[in-house]
Design a protein around this ligand. Sequence first.
Ligand code: FES
Length: 557
Amino acid sequence: MIIRRVRLVSGLVLLTYLATHFINHALGLISLEAMEAGRIWFLALWRNPLATVVLYGALTTHLGLAFYSLYRRRHLRMPLWEALQLVLGLTIPLFLAAHIAGTRLAHELFDVKDSYALIVLSLWNVSPLNGIRQAILVIVAWMHGCIGLHFWLRLRPWYSRVVPIFFSVALLLPVLALLGFAEAGREISDLMVRQPDWFDRTLRAANVPRGQQRELLAALRNWMLQGYVATLALVLLARAIRSAIQRRSRIRLTYPGGVEVAVPRGLTVLEASRFAGIPHTSVCGGRGRCSTCRVRVVRGWDSLLPAKPAEVRVLQRVGAPPNVRLACQLRPTVDLSITPLVPASGQAWHGFMQPSYLAGEERNIVVLFADLRSFTGMAENKLPYDLVFILNSYFKTAGEAVTRAGGVVDKFVGDGVMALFGIETDPNDGCRRALNAANEIVNGVNQLSQLLAAELAEPLKIGVGIHSGPAVVGRMGFGSAVSLTAIGDTVNVASRLQDLTKEYGCQLVISEEVAQHAGVNVDSFPRHDLTVRNRREALTIYIIEDVQAVVGQRTIK
Ligand code: FES
């Protein structure tokens, strides 16, 4: 947890530095003078003793943590974005050494005034190759930082709303900075033509290093580079030695379907999945923040060390049951059977706090079925385009009615709609809302009929069935077709009640349970007893010719 926080804070410091640097560069789009004026503020912000400690402390800490995290990775199989961030991060020091030696060290050691006039002159006009290197540096560093920021923020529920702004700023800042730099370079070219002594004056004013000073700066740059490369090589060597030792001892992990893999002991379960090429969601890249890698431990639970407090907090956040662990934090030392709980295509929202019923729960709910009458006959005489248009208009009407009434559209099937009510409240509330929805659907379909009168041989008619009772609720499906749904006898009965509206030629059929929960008086409506599978007594139902007659008898709130 501490390491994660330190990495995040140091990364934010570096990204802020880069952003202010970009803003300063972008002032070149106004003029070189504006750039220099902005630089005064930039230096006041970043070249005071405190900021110097913070900035270079953040740089060395971030680099040190990068080495540490590289060492801790048991293998280098990882998703593309993680690999990209790693490669970009490791590339930065290769370009940064020259920048630090040419600006900050030159200033501190030899009092060089690293003004924009001097820097743009040297990178744009004198040595464009160095300019390209520096452009690569800022782009690589910015991309590395933005990827990290994106993967940190995307675990926040509000982030999806601001992501277009994030991407716009992430793209615009470096583009404006590079354009500002180029514009300043063009202005300097003009100055050198118009004022032949400008070049010499600028070099004198900047107190550019010469002779031995330049050699010392070049040596310092090379030492930084060599130190970095040597440390990187040491880390890779240490990893290789550790892998060679660990490869001797293996454990077996069993996945659903009996898939069994043997992996070196010491890997986390997430690393083991990646090592074995088994898709395993890890939205935060194994940093123990998102919870999307969570697994149920089916066998071997007793052999595991208890979860650390940080892991416990993440598991509690998503309401995980006791036998669930984060795959990225769990390092089994003996054979284990696990079941990943988030599909391989998991998204950040899988790690947000979610109602427990989404994972599957039996609840007393209310199910509504609505179906267009005689639609099949109508469909035979319509062009496909007209048919799709009419159906979509009807789905919109029904869907909006359900949503306005506080229900959830479960699915559209053929010309029918299934909706659920009272999942998060209770059957009383659900039944009242379902009756309101039925009324709105009937009214909406009547209005739609009038609107499409020229297209229809006869007005659209609809039948609605509503029943309340226990059902298993949960998020079910596959891939992009995953949605909240309900299964069980209550669903089948509601569907059957809807079928009966054809038989009785009415708008609505409800069960006695619905009438009781909603608190409506149904004494004046025809009543029938229905034999229902899995139910000993007959189910009492009420035939309601006009839905308004039941909804209108009192305000159903
Ligand atoms: S991958 Fe995010 S918590 Fe494990």
